[in-house]
Each structure stands twice: as C-alpha cells, then as structure tokens.
Design a protein around this ligand. Structure first.
Ligand code: SAM
Length: 286
C-alpha cells in the first residue's frame, strides 16, 4: 500500500478538495477529512447549517460558501477562479460529494482550468448498502433516484432490466412503496434489500424478494433515508443454436452482417464476436 503522508497541520496547497462526510454517524468522519476541513480557506457547502454542525463536532470554524443545485451555475466560475490561490473543500450534506449530489461540473471546470483536484474518500450510502445487502458485488450499477412520475420511472426501470449486475437506487420513505412495486413489475421477482438509516441508531437492512418487499411496505414507507439494492437477473437458459441461426438469418435480411450480429447479441446476451463469425459462416453457406 502506498501511503500519502499528509502533514495534517501544514497549510493546504491551493486546489479543490472533495471531502466525504458521514451519512449519519459523525464518528465516521475520517481524521484526514477533518484536517482538510480545518485547513481549507473556504468550504463549498450544500446547506451551511448542516456543515456548521459537522464543523462544530470537530471544533473548527471555516468560511463557507453555498454551492447547490440552485446556484451552482452562477457561483462555479468564481470558485474556479479562486482555486489558483485558495484551498477550497467541497462537501455535501452527507456522504460523498458528486454522488447524487452537486459537484461534477466543479471538478470538470477545475480540471479544465489546470487546478489540482484531490479526493478525500469516505462514506457513501450506495456502497454502504451494497455491503449490507448480501447480494453479488462483482458488478453493480448505480441508478441514483428514479424519476418520480410513473411512466418515466417504468421507462427507467425497463432500460436497466437486462443489465447483468446488482442495481443500487436511492429512495425516500414516502416513495418506497410505489418504487418497490414498479421494480417488481419491471424486473421480475429478484432478490433485493431495503437498507435504511445506515450508521444511525435505527439502522436496518431487510432482505427478501422484490414482491415480498413491495407487499411489506405497501401500506407506507418507513421513516428515514433508504437505499434499495436489487440482485441481478437470474441466468437465462442458453438459446437453442437453431434459434440463434434463425435470428441471424432473419436479421441479415434487414441489416449488414455486423449489425445483424450486434442485434442478436443484444437480444440473446451471446458474445457479438461469436455471432459475427456464425453469421459469416451462414452467409457463405448460402
Ligand atoms: N452523496 C450521498 C452519498 O454519498 O451517499 C447521497 C446523497 S443523496 C442526495 C441522499 C440519499 O442517499 C438519501 O435519499 C438516501 O437514499 C441515501 N442515504 C443517505 N444517507 C443514508 C443513510 N444513512 N442510510 C440510507 N440511505 C442513505
């Protein structure tokens, strides 16, 4: 392991510092994160009241500037201009900035202007929920918040239904019942978890199938902050070789060979390269 030995008392060099903060339990603030906040010239915050509580917890006072969805476009150029001479820390109300929170455009513009960008990793509800759920972790796909309107939500779910990965979603208590019902309808009855109030006094993680979870919460979502984790789709039975050949032959009546192979690959989940080779063989055999 390479260890960056920060001198936690030296002045910070100018640049943008992305600082992860706790998602509930203040003890999860890392010593490095606390030290960066204590030494920053300015802290860009979502809500100064929330960050003031955190700063009070570590016993420091630093200047804060609001940086949130409603003012980011106006204040970003000024923040980037100051990065040449100032160490600016970016925090969100909880967890890792940029993850369903403001910040990506600030990082992009800071980089484009040639300023150093440093990350201070720490809590993130998505990853914390994944570690609780007991679902496969080798491939996961983060969806953030689904759209609140029914049709847009169903479309967003349909878009990811074929992805062979565990899905992670953020949700609020009041919307949990509708979201679980929509997930069960759109994804089938997969294994899932509802992780709530992670790192707080009433942390819980309920695991079951999507339909059972939808039934459990049908009468109303629980209080608190929630992450839904949904296991990957089950292994589909491998398609019969004759069916694959028929699909390739049909697709080749409409499309060039490479695109026909791509279409059948998407439909069957079989490797595109193998299907292209098979399509060429079928075409040459004609
Ligand atoms: N940037 C944050 C992160 O790194 O996790 C997420 C910010 S997003 C605006 C807030 C959402 O994260 C909440 O609505 C909830 O879905 C999830 N969340 C945050 N804290 C949580 C906690 N302690 N337990 C469960 N979910 C949490």
């Amino acid at each position: 392991m390479t260890c960056i030995m920060d001198d936690l008392s030296a002045p910070l060099s100018p640049g943008l510092y992305i600082v992860a903060t706790p998602i509930g339990n203040l003890a999860d603030l890392s010593p490095r994160a606390a030290s960066i906040l204590a030494r920053a010239d300015l802290i860009a915050v979502e809500d100064s009241r929330v960050t003031a509580r955190l700063l009070h917890h570590v016993g420091v006072k630093r200047p804060m500037a609001p940086y949130h969805d409603h003012n980011a476009d106006q204040v970003r150029p000024g923040l980037v201009a100051r990065l040449g001479t100032a160490a600016i820390a970016l925090v969100s109300d909880a967890g890792t900035p940029l993850i369903s929170d403001p910040g990506f455009k600030l990082v992009r513009d800071a980089r484009a202007a040639g300023h150093p960008v440093v990350t201070i990793p720490g809590p993130c509800a998505a990853v914390a929920a994944l570690t609780l759920a007991g679902l496969p972790t080798d491939r996961f796909f983060f969806l953030g918040f689904l759209p609140p309107k029914e049709k847009a939500r169903a479309d967003a779910i349909a878009e990811v239904a074929a992805i062979r990965a565990t899905l992670i979603l953020y949700e609020s208590g009041p919307r949990l019942p509708a979201t679980l019902a929509a997930l069960a309808a759109g994804l089938g009855d997969r294994e899932a978890a509802v992780a709530r109030e992670i790192s707080k006094a009433f942390e819980e993680c309920v695991t079951d199938t999507l339909s059972a979870l939808a039934a459990r919460y049908a009468e109303g979502g629980p209080r608190g902050e929630i992450v839904i984790v949904v296991g990957p789709p089950g292994e589909a039975a491998a398609p019969e070789a004759a069916d694959v050949d028929a699909a390739l032959v049909e697709a080749m009546t409409r499309l060039p060979t490479a695109r026909a192979a791509g279409e059948v690959a998407r439909a069957t989940g079989l490797p595109r390269r193998d299907l292209y080779a098979r399509a060429m063989a079928l075409r040459d055999a004609e």
